[in-house]
Design a protein around this ligand. Structure first.
Ligand SMILES: C[S@@+](CC[C@H](N)C(=O)[O-])C[C@H]1O[C@@H](n2cnc3c(N)ncnc32)[C@H](O)[C@@H]1O
Length: 227
């Protein structure tokens, strides 16, 4: 039986050995670069399998976000969660946003084992989702090889007036980046990237301070697409 620390250490060791990333460091971010896309895909899939029983975001945080969405958007019909592993977050959103269709994505083939989860690389625009989502949520953007490309694809999926909810925790900072979680950025750096991707299509609407939440401390960057 492998404990949680052992599981995480094992996953990090496997990723470092397989990925052999080149590290790019700037003032406000760190990005591990993979040799090619297939290496990225394989490393992410192996990491997913190595940590398949783990859970990062908490039910309490997702229930909080569901309440926030209901209060700010009104009724929610369709939402997307990116990088969901076992699909817990879309299950919790569904439970609170009764009647909403909330789908999760994961790059790993294991996605097919979990309800309402599709195997999909979140960097890619899915024409079936374009302009349809009331909200897009993710805590997995630190797994992006190209965060700007991923955020642009998520913005594409939003309907006019829809919201992007991006968690920023201690696991998303530059010091936390590694071969499996290739991107880490400061809060200021994330704000700058999101503002750049949104450009004239929307804005960073507000930053929710959840730093006193005992189970899941952090901030949530709420971006809004123009109505
Ligand atoms: C740190 S886990 C977080 C899982 C879940 N959100 C949670 O809170 O427990 C990151 C997940 O993102 C997935 N992932 C990594 N790169 C991805 C990509 N490009 N597209 C979709 N999913 C990806 C991984 O397979 C992994 O399951």
């Amino acid at each position: 039986m492998v404990n949680k620390t052992g599981m995480f250490r094992n996953a990090a060791r496997n990723a470092a050995a397989a990925a052999q990333t080149e590290v790019v460091e700037a003032d406000d971010f760190v990005l591990h670069k993979y040799a090619d896309y297939e290496t990225y895909r394989q490393v992410q899939e192996q990491g997913n399998k190595d940590k398949l029983t783990a859970q990062f975001v908490t039910k309490g945080h997702i229930f909080f976000l569901a309440g926030y969405l209901r209060n700010t958007l009104g009724p929610v019909d369709f939402g997307l969660c990116h990088g969901v592993r076992r699909g817990k977050e879309q299950g919790w959103f569904r439970r609170k946003l009764k009647g909403a269709n909330v789908i999760g994505t994961d790059i790993s083939e294991t996605a097919n084992r979990f309800p309402n989860t599709v195997q999909w690389d979140f960097h890619e625009v899915n024409p079936e989702w374009s302009g349809k989502a009331d909200f897009v949520y993710s805590n997995s953007w630190d797994h992006a090889y190209d965060p700007q490309k991923a955020f642009a694809a998520w913005l594409d999926a939003l309907r006019p007036g829809g919201m992007l909810l991006i968690d920023h925790t201690a696991g998303h900072v530059p010091d936390s980046a590694n071969a499996l979680d290739p991107f880490g950025v400061t809060e200021a750096g994330l704000h700058k990237i999101l503002t750049g991707v949104l450009d004239v299509a929307g804005c960073v609407h507000e930053v929710l301070d959840r730093s006193t939440d005992e189970q899941y401390p952090g901030k949530v960057f709420v971006c809004r697409k123009n109505a």
